[in-house]
Design a protein around this ligand. Sequence first.
Ligand SMILES: [Zn+2]
Length: 297
Amino acid sequence: MVDYLYLKDSINTFKQNYKFLKTFSIGKSVLNNEIYCLKFGVGKKEVLYTAGIHANEFITSLLLIKFTQNLCNAYISNTPIYGYDAKDLYDNCSLYIIPMINPDGINLVNDFYSEDSKIYYDALNISKNFPDIPFPSGWKANINGIDLNSQFPANWELGKELKSNLGFNKPSPRDFAGYTPLSEPESKALYNFTLLKNFSLCLCFHTQGEVIYWRYEDYLPTNSLEIAKEFAHVSGYELEDTPYNSSFGGFRDWFIQNFNKPSYTIEVGKGENPLPIEQFNKIYHDNLGVLVLGCVL
Ligand SMILES: [Zn+2]
């Protein structure tokens, strides 16, 4: 089970084993869970990896937790990771990893809340308006029924309109952009944290499709296509343009618009969300090169 408790347990183990790994919170969720960030390295180049913004895509949280663990083990044992010296990565890069932006939603999909709790009852009520979406396995939103990755001020109004036209005009299991941008504590925390930093690259992990979305509108940050091609090469994933209906209001969209720096949505795995845990080893294997090269390129 990859839920908030799993994340907390992993972080406690990391604190004991990896004194060099910094852990802090960038803010709290609706239900007061911490949105944890892990920092590996002391280098000048700042890089951000995010996962678990969509509830039923929690396998991406596991991807970043396992990567952190293997990166730290490589650093301790002085062994290479994907052919790169972990000590060099540590010295040259400051890697910020946020494995679980949506802990409340991820808990819901993992059956953490009992069926007689108010939290479960409220979510179920939201879900009843969308009988075609399975509950809770089809849930992508935060616990308020707002899609955190549709909340960012990058053509937010247009994104909201496109999704309203598809019926997502009120709290929903997925795709409702909210009544105002950044209304939710999770999206606001990610936004504020990102503004404090000087990230030269950002990776946003989602499921599914084995594709990489690299573009936002006509922005073309320096090297963004070259890096995208390298990521496609090492992962075997295809480069694609974001589907029009999902093209606006995402964290990555805002990141590119605001900073004009490369940022990628990596849609890992293939199948129906939530992807079965049996896919994890392949997902990890496919994405290790991307995860390491993100600190280097
Ligand atoms: Zn997603």
